[in-house]
Ligand binder design. Structure first.
Ligand code: ASP
Ligand code: MG
Length: 417
């Protein structure tokens, strides 16, 4: 069985949904499973709904309308017959959202988030399912929440593998075409859970693992995995064949084409992963599989903007050692601040972090008890895999270097632009 993952961009409007049919007809769709994301930026729009539910009831209805007003024109375009069952289905789904919002008693933000945000994928796959049927591409719609079972860590749920594998194997067992949702699962009570933002790739890997798939293809709006993000670099090269290990490293350092959790299950079963362009499905794209040279032949660049470089030094000139470091890390974890680089000397300790949830101000107060805290805001972290002098120079340019760390394979530098 082949697994095809279609991300948000690949189904962001009617034209792109039509293109999914084109891709399927080009590459074939027997014995395949489609794992799809929510359309376009729907997940962000549903996040606003959740936010308003808790903090701004006044705008709640309007934010839900944004989601409706995005989907209905797409459906109107794809289904000219206004009697089509999709219209009833879609209305039901939106009614379910409203019903939940009216009746929910849980004050747990993350729980509510998952119950609401999961609708993005349910809506997109419902539209896709009926549209493919219309196009005579016969397919079975599957609710991933009945198969992917997780714990109750809402918004970042962990998969219960044994039961999930059993469920998937039991439900997907013919050589037909199936369609299901990425990103979502459910807990033991049947409440929806989500696997973390951008988690649809990971879902594709879960299904691939359970089904011993022959391959996973992630259809993207780029030609494959590039050695650098074209938003920041003018010259980029397609990485044609890379090892799982290299792909895992690239994803770990922040290359955003592949979700980092995706590769482990595929590597374990040596299932090849293809990253291909949905605009040019016959182009080779990138192949992540066994047998690739361990090192690509070009340096790879990963950029993370909007980082925070924090330096801590002990107030009493005591060394920053195991005990201190473990206390500091516990706090980063508690405040949900992601540490990207660590560097320490005898009495000082620097970390480059990402403060996605704006918790640093609170953390700084706590840290200031014991440490002298200084920091630079809005710095950039560049990671160069397989660096050489030229690539390092290219990145640094005339930026101010704040921190540099080098090991055999990887150079990381933190700069101020
Ligand atoms: N729709 C989810 C998100 O935007 C999952 C995904 O697209 O991978 O994060
Ligand atoms: Mg995505």
């Amino acid at each position: 069985m082949r697994i095809f993952k279609f991300g948000g961009a690949s189904v962001r409007d009617a034209e792109n949904v039509r293109n999914v049919c084109k891709v399927l007809r080009t590459v074939g769709y027997e014995n395949s499973l489609i794992v799809a994301s929510a359309m376009g930026k729907t997940t962000n729009a549903l996040e606003v709904v959740v936010h308003n539910y808790f903090q701004n009831r006044f705008d709640l209805a309007e934010s839900l309308d944004v989601v409706k007003n995005y989907h209905y024109p797409i459906v109107n375009d794809l289904f000219p017959n206004k009697e089509h069952v999709i219209y009833t289905k879609l209305e039901e789904l939106f009614e379910n959202i409203t019903y939940f919002l009216l009746n929910n008693k849980s004050p747990n933000y993350n729980f509510v988030y998952d119950q609401i945000v999961s609708f993005g994928e349910v809506i997109s796959t419902t539209i896709l399912h009926y549209y493919l049927q219309e196009e005579q591409i016969v397919n079975h719609w599957i609710d991933a929440r009945n198969l992917v079972k997780t714990d109750t860590v809402y918004r970042d749920a962990n998969v219960h593998w044994d039961i999930t594998i059993e469920n998937i194997k039991r439900s997907i067992n013919t050589s037909n075409l199936y369609i299901t949702q990425g990103f979502i699962g459910s807990d033991y009570n049947g409440f929806s859970t989500t696997l973390g933002r951008e988690g649809s790739d990971y879902s594709a890997a879960i299904f691939a693992y359970a089904l011993d798939a022959t391959s996973v293809t992630i259809w993207k709006d780029v030609p494959g995995v590039l050695n650098a993000d074209p938003r920041y670099f003018t010259e980029t090269t397609l990485l044609e064949h890379i090892s799982y290990q290299e792909a895992i490293e690239l994803a770990f350092y922040g290359a955003s084409v592949i979700h980092p959790k995706t590769l482990q299950p595929l590597r374990q079963k040596e299932i090849p992963l293809y990253v291909k362009s949905f605009l040019n499905p016959l182009l080779e794209g990138t192949n992540v599989s066994k047998g690739a040279a361990l090192t690509p032949n070009v340096p790879c660049f990963i950029v993370k903007k909007n980082q925070l470089l924090i330096s801590l030094s002990s107030k009493d000139f005591s060394f920053i050692m195991e005990q201190n470091i473990s206390d500091i890390f516990k706090l980063f974890c508690e405040y949900n601040i992601k540490v990207n680089v660590i560097q320490n000397s005898a009495i000082s300790f620097s970390v480059c972090v990402e403060d996605k949830f704006n918790h640093f101000e609170d953390l700084r107060l706590v840290l200031s008890d014991k440490f002298k805290v200084s920091y630079n805001e809005n710095v950039s972290l560049y990671t160069i895999r397989h660096f050489d002098d030229l690539s390092a120079q290219k990145v640094l340019g005339d930026k101010t270097l704040l921190l540099k760390q080098v090991n055999r394979e990887t150079m990381q530098i933190v700069t101020k632009e």
